[in-house]
Design a protein around this ligand. Sequence first.
Ligand code: 5AD
Ligand code: SF4
Length: 442
Amino acid sequence: MSASKKLFIKTYGCQMNVYDSERMAEALGEDGYETTEQMDQADMILLNTCHIREKAAEKVYSELGRLRALKDENPDLKIGVAGCVAQAEGAEIMRRQPLVDLVVGPQTYHRLPDLMAKVNAGQPALDTDFPEEDKFEHLPKRGKSGEALPKRGPTAFLTVQEGCDKFCAFCVVPYTRGAEVSRPSERIVREAQGLVDRGVREITLLGQNVNAYHGHDQGLAGLIWQLAEIDGLDRIRFTTSHPNDMDDALIEAHGTCDKLMPYLHLPVQSGSDRILKAMNRKHTAESYIRLIDRIRDARPDLLLSGDFIVGFPGETDQDFEDTMALVREVGYGQAYSFKYSPRPGTPAAEKEDVPGEIAQERLYRLQELLGEQQRAAQDSMVGRDVLVLFEKPGRLPGQLIGKSEYLHAVHVMADAADLGQIRKVRIEASAPNSLSGKLLAG
Ligand code: 5AD
Ligand code: SF4
């Protein structure tokens, strides 16, 4: 098997897609592909797509349109669409854009080698099943046995749970990723050990609803404690969580598990109980605030992150002010905020939208407030000593970039030998999107 064919993957959307792209590259590696960063040198281009917000499918079709020129130049070029748009659109993609050779959903990419055999035989290859078998068990192993797998950077994503049974009224995930499925903890521990053997020191556990994880009898906390026993694994993170699944053990772990990092992404979406109800969130603003208080009691320095949607159908000025009030009360170190976008097939899509300009104005005000909070949280790090895991060289010679425990990017003048190491850094300055500091001895 010669690794002479080049694969280019473009990844859209969430971290789960980043993880899937990596696993798809590994699966296609068995087929003789190695990844390239240059699209125009690729023998195969794979778009790993996201369907979460509006025009997702349209964006994919226009990207495919742009690939026409490359395919004209190189008729042997293979083009595939993976991810959530592939799942949602299925065969429609090949009908609308005949240059596509392959459509594969998020649950079947372990079958890529078989699908490629079809592609190579000139047949259309489409697979958007929700199969019985566990795809992870059919992918190339990531442990020591797979010596062929190269050494890698010090941080990795690891999907532990997929799908969602919550059915928030705005969200496509239950339709594109299906019902909630948790991977058994032994398999996750095996994969984690394999990553650590290859130099990984920080693992972010992924799931659309990761804290609903039930592949361990003590839930996500149980899995975290089990992973914490792996020598050489120094940092554990997880995302994304639902407030209603923050159980006592998980809250407590934030105070007692040294390897669990003091950063939590816990979306609330809105601060208005009326809107939360319409969103089918099954929690109130007050219950969310009480929950945050409990988590901060366990880990006072926790940096909190969240997601917000403005302009959900029926949102009044007062509802929006309730969201602003919640943000002021809670205080976020980091956040994502979106204008509501109707997704066909979801319950909210049937309702009347808030006028675009009003939603835009609200989004602007919310982002201004969240931006101020984010900046203040980052600025408050100046003068503090933090532990930084160095991930990559910086732009300046002799500079490395790493992440603090709070997930702030930190720029430091340091020796290349510190790559992959965790070192103590005194923070000296805060720039718009990063901190900088100096290495401390020891
Ligand atoms: N419109 C706008 N934002 C959405 N999100 C999910 N669905 C929609 C939608 N239809 C946001 C939510 C979620 C994040 C991943 O994307 O805030 O937490
Ligand atoms: Fe986008 Fe959701 Fe699919 Fe992730 S799971 S790629 S956020 S639609």
